[in-house]
Write a protein of this length. Structure first.
Length: 291
């Protein structure tokens, strides 16, 4: 399915007792995003706590996402792990689920050199039945994707794109390479989405879209101007910055509950945020028209 311009939410994964998916909440979240104009979704990325989802639940979450979306927009699923074999195991766990691609970082236990990164992604692309998307997340992996690496990987026909917060890398790639039509670039530095849009980098991916459907719709709707984009982005950033006062994913759990999508979006070891912060989030979400 074509990756159109617009916003791509990284879905949260609401879990309940025993780490099982809260299906009603998950379904509502997906519908809120599609109604807001999302052009695709990433299921079980870092916002979707892929690394903490129980093994038995992992394929069930992917299938639920695929079923709810029902071919309306593209679905990507995170398969991140610490070796080629373990990533391929994740792909095998997805069995015959129809997906538009899988997304993976480099292995995140030890830093990798350039040759290792290229070998990792080339081997995956040759052994994956799904299109592969690169996830550049150096804050976690210790290893950034460089232009040298990308120039090698864009030659692989089953590598279909990259998600990165490095705008300089994107612009350097676009200036210096004739990219394939089926190679999609997703920009993921929320703070600079307005700058990216003005620069023509118009596929934006982030988890904050899921808890700000009203502002996300306003930001990307047809006929928007620079002022409306800046205003909507400012509202989203206000909420993100408020989350940073506590455990981000625990704060996110409260915001999603306010949108009638309850569940634990935080890891099982994370404690709830204090009531004072809950009150601040509730007040701000009213102020920015989300509830």
């Amino acid at each position: 399915m074509k990756m159109n311009s617009g916003f791509y939410p990284a879905l949260g994964t609401p879990t309940g007792v025993g780490g099982t998916l809260v299906k009603d909440s998950f379904n509502r979240q997906v519908e809120l995003m599609i109604e807001a104009g999302a052009q695709g979704v990433l299921c079980m990325g870092s916002m979707g706590k892929m690394e903490t989802i129980r093994n038995k639940e992992y394929p069930l979450v992917a299938k639920q996402c695929r079923d709810v979306v029902n071919n309306r927009i593209p679905v990507l699923v995170g398969v991140m792990d610490c070796s080629i074999d373990r990533v391929l195991d994740r792909m095998d766990a997805l069995e015959s689920i129809k997906l538009d691609g899988v997304v993976t970082t480099v292995p995140f236990y030890d830093p990798l050199d350039t040759r290792d990164i290229v070998n990792f992604f080339k081997t995956l692309s040759k052994n994956s039945r799904y299109p592969v998307y690169i996830y550049d997340l150096p804050s976690v992996t210790q290893t950034p994707i460089t232009i040298r690496v990308l120039k090698e990987l864009v030659k692989e026909t089953n590598i279909r794109g990259i998600k990165t917060g490095n705008l300089k890398l994107i612009l350097e790639l676009c200036r210096g390479e004739r990219l394939r039509d089926d190679f999609s670039i997703f920009y993921s530095n929320l703070d600079l989405f307005d700058v990216a849009i003005k620069s023509g980098v118009d596929r934006n991916l982030d988890g904050m879209f899921t808890c700000t459907p009203w502002n996300s719709k306003k930001m990307y709707e047809t006929g928007r101007d620079d002022v409306s984009i800046a205003r909507s982005l400012s509202n989203i950033l206000k909420l993100r910055n408020l989350f940073l006062k506590g455990n981000v994913l625990s704060a996110y759990s409260h915001a999603m509950e306010l949108l009638n999508c309850p569940g634990n979006y935080h890891p099982d070891y994370a404690l709830p945020i204090p009531d004072e912060l809950k009150e601040e989030i509730t007040h701000l979400m009213k102020e920015i028209h989300e509830i």
